[in-house]
Design a protein around this ligand. Structure first.
Ligand SMILES: *[C@@H]1O[C@H](CO)[C@@H](O)[C@H](O)[C@H]1NC(C)=O
Ligand SMILES: *[C@@H]1O[C@H](CO)[C@@H](O)[C@H](O)[C@H]1NC(C)=O
Ligand SMILES: *[C@@H]1O[C@H](CO)[C@@H](O)[C@H](O)[C@H]1NC(C)=O
Ligand SMILES: *[C@@H]1O[C@H](CO)[C@@H](O)[C@H](O)[C@H]1NC(C)=O
Length: 346
């Protein structure tokens, strides 16, 4: 199998993949076309998730009723020289923070993303998926891009696609340039200097919990003054909204007349006729702005809209989800264990 893919001895590879919003009016998630298999390559749209480290797909092991409408990975397509390999005895099982879950068996196969190929990637084939995955037919798997320590494969923990490819890349780095209601880009192995405005501001990442976790230096709600305070956060492309401590969320929505915590939803809603205030975060002296229009998530009724900022609950960190990340150019610098933010090129 490896003979088919010449591995560069000196890293010079780069890749670039499209990140398509789904659905495009709400940007609930961003999907990337991932090509799996050497003999009969299949293109499977997957949610690139920096909050987890399993690469799993709907497969021919997923019961038909759970897989209806999905592209299904067929691992058994072989020719005389190459074949998907079942890893005997290897299993996986994952539960996400929204309580969705999936589990199954593991193959090794060729996985190409944005032109960059890993010949022996652990491809986790689902035998069971929870109902929210079944319903979301545009999305047929997850591509975990947190640190490999979170991978759930056992007995042998498996490496993420990025950990497998990083030594072949021109730089051990990848970037997210997500867009509101439009196709964006994930680049691998390089930083496109035309995608951002001035300097990238970096801050160290703590990998202790396996996430892209860092400290931000404070926040500004609308036109209130900047509050300087160190706060922990993770950058999570697999979370739709921006999750902050409940006191901060309460202060934020207090700026919008009639906005309130709706008990039946356990979430803040506000009159759709209003535009929520801007949210600004700090990294050192850098100020990243999330325009209020990005924090208008979507209607829950003819008058009320679901807020794009919600409580992080009992989580030990805030969650910079897509509503924030799509307002920024974000650098996931694996080689230097740091994350960078910059204003997008306007
Ligand atoms: C990339 O590296 C490989 C292996 O060293 C080499 O054969 C190839 O020419 C390089 N490609 C470029 C574009 O530099
Ligand atoms: C098997 O498929 C691979 C990938 O398409 C190809 O490179 C290889 O030549 C094929 N081998 C045979 C014996 O057909
Ligand atoms: C970018 O960084 C350079 C070097 O530190 C500095 O001279 C320059 O003023 C910075 N530009 C902006 C727009 O912050
Ligand atoms: C909100 O942010 C946008 C985009 O950065 C900016 O143009 C606008 O002036 C800001 N609005 C307020 C009230 O600060």
């Amino acid at each position: 199998m490896s003979a088919a893919i010449a591995k560069p001895t000196i890293g010079n590879l780069t890749g670039s993949a499209v990140a398509n919003p789904n659905p495009s009016n709400f940007d609930r998630e961003y999907l990337v076309p991932v090509i799996i298999g050497a003999v009969t390559p299949q293109t499977i749209n997957m949610d690139l998730d920096t909050g987890s480290s399993d690469l799993w797909v709907f497969s021919n092991s997923t019961p038909g009723a759970q897989a209806t409408g999905h592209v299904v990975y067929q691992p058994n397509t072989c020719n005389a020289s190459t074949c998907a390999k079942l890893l005997p005895g290897e299993t996986w099982s994952i539960q996400y923070s929204d309580m969705s879950s999936s589990s199954g068996i593991v193959y090794s196969d060729l996985v190409t993303i944005g032109g960059a190929a890993v010949s022996s990637q652990a491809v986790e084939a689902a035998q069971i998926v929870s109902s929210s995955f079944t319903t979301d037919t545009a999305n047929s798997g997850l591509l975990g891009m947190a640190f490999s320590s979170l991978n759930t494969c056992r007995p042998q923990q498996q490496l993420t696609w990025f950990d497998n490819i990083k030594a072949s890349l021109a730089a051990e780095v990848w970037t997210a340039n997500l867009q509101k209601g439009a196709a964006g880009t994930y680049n691998f192995g390089y930083i496109d200097s035309t995608a951002y405005n001035s300097n990238i501001t970096y801050t160290p990442v703590s990998t202790l919990r396996g996430f892209w976790e860092f400290t931000f230096s404070g926040y500004q709600l609308g036109s209130s003054s900047f509050v300087t305070t160190d706060m922990a956060a993770i950058a999570d492309t697999g979370t739709t909204l921006l999750l902050l401590p409940s006191a901060v969320v309460e202060s934020y929505w207090a700026q919008v007349p009639s906005a309130h915590l709706e008990p039946s939803l356990g979430a803040y809603i506000y009159p759709c006729s209003a535009t929520p205030p801007n949210f600004t975060f700090g990294i050192g002296s850098y100020r990243g702005v999330v325009p209020g229009s990005y924090l208008a998530y979507g209607p829950v009724s003819s008058q009320w809209c679901y807020g794009g900022i919600q409580s992080q609950g009992s989580s030990p960190f805030s969650v910079f989800g897509d509503v924030l990340l799509k307002a920024q150019f974000v650098v996931f610098d694996v080689g230097n264990l740091r994350i960078g933010y910059a204003a997008k090129k306007t």
